[in-house]
Ligand binder design. Sequence first.
Ligand code: KIV
Ligand code: ZN
Length: 508
Amino acid sequence: MRHIKIFDTTLRDGEQSPGCSMNLSEKVEMARQLEKLGVDVIEAGFAIASPMDFRSVQRIARAVKSCTVASLARCTKGDIDAAWDAVKEAAHPRIHVFLATSDIHMQYKLQMTREQVLQRISEMVAYARSFCADVEFSAEDASRSDWAFLAQCYSNAVAAGAATLNVPDTVGYSTPQEMGDLIRYLRENVAGVENVDISVHCHNDLGMAVANTLSCIQAGATQVECTVNGIGERAGNASMEEIVMALHTRRDFYDAETQINTKQIYRSSKLLSSITGVAIAPSKAIVGANAFAHESGIHQHGVIANAQTYEIMNSADVGIPQNTMVLGKHSGKHALREKLESMGYELSDEELESVFQRFKTMADKKKNITGSDLESLVLHRRNNINPTCRLVGHSINTSTSDVLPTTSYIKLERDGEMMEEVAIGSGPVDAAYKAINRMLGMDVRLEGFSLTAVTDGEDAIGEAVVKISDGSGESYTGTGLSTDILESSIRAYVNGINKIIEAGTAHD
Ligand code: KIV
Ligand code: ZN
């Protein structure tokens, strides 16, 4: 079987999608999860883009040991210097340089001639190679470029030392047949192509990113670029979980495999969604809530008789927890650790303590603690370890009458100091958020709010997700969890505010 390398760009192209920005510690946490998942390459960011991007690429380069860590760079010395500075401490560093090669991009964006582009590729790939043995070259908008010119660009990149040639369908315009034909053409027309990896990077504007990627694999691509949950610019990138499970489930057809630990797929997807607050559509293949659910009686009957009647994959293979009762209110810390380890979560003592405290509170309110309940507690653990502000208590009086206002009383602890405030509002959430703003002296604005049940049943846990901004133009995602939906809403707001405070401190 052929080995296909997975180049994950969740933290670079994925992070460019609206609402998907992550802070430094979240990016490092996601990178560690990608390492567990077994991706070959993590594109950690675009080092030159901002000091924060640089720091996160550098932190990931230091933290990750078993994957290659790449930084993106345009074909300029400044970008390449920054990329190398950021990745040089990685166990396996890579510089990923790109330059557009389509006529439309060269004329209107770059204002460069074909000759200038060819020369720049040779010079900048060689410049990147003077620092780093592992250089990838991407011809941006490759799929809309003139094929003969494109082959010349890639030949120059190989001659200058590139080890990977990436072929992006930058605007998601191509069809599977065209992308496959392009890869076959490049394999025949690029000098030295037999010694390098051919990679593809497909966007999903026409919903064909995964199909295009798979077609390129059939045509001989050896690396694919993708993101968890398919996040990315506009309609996103090819979805990692769909490519991996297509290759896994249809090994008979593709005769190709990845080194992904498929049991970590669901966890990676949930972690990303909990960090960004971007929900996964229920019908999303592989990781959506309905991906393994059978609603119609005929299907249910078939599955009970023989699962293979309607199931082509096993939910356990992608790591979906089984929602049976797993622990109760008398379970101790040891049992909790064992259960979490069996679910694939290894927590530090400090993290376990925080999850255990929340588990005990939950077990007082909820009879059956399921795998999904535990998972949500683990995913929210970072909200509860050394936060700047912590919710101590709240009391809300709601009113539907015009004469009696809805009032809130909120008590917070900020850096060890107790604070309290009351406010009136147009509803309970509004009243609570106004009290918090006033107490902290912050002008926080609510830009988005959603509430979902994490598990089924009357005592389901509600997860609130808020998008807030502090007026600086940046927006932050906060998440909160509780069996009481007002409490989850307040926790989510406080979590978002902690991120604003953390970002302010990081800038200082
Ligand atoms: O879509 C694209 O062309 C890219 C390149 C920078 C690889 O993201
Ligand atoms: Zn892209």
